[in-house]
Design a protein around this ligand. Structure first.
Ligand code: ZN
Length: 72
């Protein structure tokens, strides 16, 4: 399938599928406006950050990934 896909891990050894890794969504200014009027906005970027060590193991701007986090 995707041969260049490498699962990165943080210092604690957690990868993206672990529950300690939380997605942090970043929205454009317009996204926040949509949010505030109760519409779901799609983030422009999602960072995957470990809750324990605070390390960012991954970041994505891919549409397929962003779509999963609409309204979060
Ligand atoms: Zn960690």
């Amino acid at each position: 399938m995707d041969s260049k896909k490498i699962e990165k891990k943080c210092s604690c050894g957690y990868d993206k599928s672990h529950s300690m890794i939380k997605p942090k969504c970043h929205y454009s200014g317009w996204g926040w406006v949509l949010f505030s009027i109760g519409m779901s906005a799609r983030p422009i970027r999602v960072d995957f950050v470990c809750e324990k060590c605070g390390e960012m193991i991954d970041s994505s701007t891919e549409l397929v990934v962003l779509k999963k986090y609409v309204g979060r």
